[in-house]
Design a protein around this ligand. Structure first.
Ligand code: ADP
Length: 428
């Protein structure tokens, strides 16, 4: 038994023994015993009272100098309180340091609780989103009414940020990204991307203008080359060079047309509604067209597992699907095979073009949709592609809320799958 307790017990026993002796002497054992116990109880009641007062009012002060077991109780409580106070001070310092550092951050940070109400935000977020202290406790969707953001907020997947026009200034662009943590809490990161957006806009305009400007001279050159190839005298001496010049001009025209198409896709409105597309009919037409290319295997297998239709822009979807099929033909030798399939996967729909062609190394796959990216320049240039086909496919799919997945094994073949979300699929 710890020291204070054994002392308290000895004191109590001594009191009882003394009371018994005194009671025996006075011949009133019970009365004296009762008086002794009452005195003992009164002492404890008094210190209980002091303890309650100290806890209620004076906890910050040094505790009263109590005797015996009460001294121990006050000592323990005071030590506990001091320990807690130090811990609280340390946490408060940490929170202050965190607040100071986030307040100094150039990017905005908003803490949202599980109801998407604002719990806290830093100065940058206040400036970028126009929030004031009164907005704490408000739902973010009531303050930031941009439809793109509202849709983003209701999503489960926040891996990609969204870009919106600043609610403060139409000339500014903001990138918003949500990071989930804890139990339903979310951190909203806000970044001013105006400079990047303008640079991107300038790049887009430059490419569009340059491609546009190149179109007229190219038309003139093609016209003359056509006339030259009709001229017998020229043909006699210059047949080879004129043919090569025509081939190269056609390639340049292809690049210019693809660049213009990419610019159009980039600037056009995203996630467009479009019309109902008969996918099976479209794929059959693409197959016919691909077979006339004179490249690749002599047969293309159609594997339709559904009648589902697609909601989208027919011209764009045609361009994306045909790019994939033409590529499959281009990169598959005559003895190989190409299959086009259309099927439902749950509520999503998938169009897959698979081939038994040359395949692509795993490390190249993530870069295929970059403009002008080619796996093997020499070999591919001879195939006459523009290097922009898959970039166009990616943009078209993005505009339709769909994505492209690529699987490939070098030497064995590749499969390119366009995955369409349920809201694009119209079951037959
Ligand atoms: P290109 O006009 O050169 O075909 P794309 O953007 O369509 O340009 O394709 C980019 C590159 O991806 C191609 O140059 C080629 O190396 C590779 N590629 C595309 N489709 C296939 C395929 N089915 N099999 C093997 N490689 C492919």
């Amino acid at each position: 038994m710890p020291g204070p307790w054994s002392r308290e017990l000895s004191r109590f026993t001594l009191l009882l023994v003394l009371a018994l002796i005194l009671g025996a002497l006075l011949e009133h054992v019970w009365l004296v015993l009762l008086a002794a116990l009452l005195a003992y109880l009164a002492r404890h009641l008094y210190w209980l009272f002091r303890l309650e007062r100290w806890l209620a009012r004076e906890r910050r002060a040094i505790p009263p100098d109590a005797p015996g077991i009460w001294g121990e109780i006050f000592h323990h409580l005071y030590r506990h309180y001091r320990g807690n106070r130090k811990r609280r001070q340390r946490i408060a310092r940490l929170i202050n340091a965190f607040r100071d550092s986030t307040a100094a951050m150039p990017d905005g940070a908003v803490i949202l609780n599980h109801n998407a109400q604002i719990a806290w935000f830093n100065d940058a977020a206040g400036k970028l989103l126009g929030l004031t202290r009164q907005d704490i406790g408000q739902r973010i969707a009531n303050l930031l009414r941009n439809p793109v953001f509202i849709r983003y907020l209701s999503r489960q997947d926040f891996s990609e940020p969204v870009e919106i026009t600043s609610p403060q200034d139409d000339d500014h662009r903001l990138s918003l990204q949500i990071v989930s943590y804890g139990e339903g809490e979310r951190l909203l990161l806000v970044r001013d991307t105006t400079r990047l957006y303008r640079l991107e806009q300038m790049r887009r305009e430059f490419v569009a203008n340059a491609s546009h400007e190149l179109r007229s001279p190219l038309t003139v050159i093609s016209g003359y080359l056509e006339a030259l190839s009709d001229d017998e005298q020229v043909q006699q001496h210059w047949e080879g060079p004129v043919r090569e010049m025509r081939r190269q001009t056609e390639r340049m025209s292809g690049i210019v047309a693809d660049l213009l198409e990419l610019s159009r896709l980039e600037t056009a409105e995203q996630n467009i509604a479009g019309e109902e597309i008969d996918v099976r009919g479209m794929l059959a037409r693409i197959r016919e067209e691909a077979l006339t290319l004179g490249e690749g295997p002599g047969e293309i297998v159609l594997d339709f597992k559904t009648d589902a239709r697609l909601r989208g822009v027919e011209r764009e979807i045609y361009s994306a699907f045909s790019n994939l099929v033409f590529n499959a033909m281009r990169y598959t030798p005559a003895g190989g095979s190409v299959t086009i399939s259309w099927q439902l996967q749950g509520r999503k729909a998938e169009m897959t073009v698979s081939d038994t062609g040359i395949g692509i190394a795993a490390e190249q796959i993530p870069r295929l949709t970059e403009r002008f990216y080619r796996v093997d320049n020499g070999r591919v240039r001879s195939k006459g592609g523009t290097g922009l086909g898959l970039a166009i496919v990616k943009h078209v799919l993005q505009r339709h809320g769909a994505r492209l997945t690529i699987r490939s094994t070098p030497g064995k073949g590749s499969s390119f799958t366009c995955v369409f979300p349920p809201d694009r699929v119209m079951a037959a």
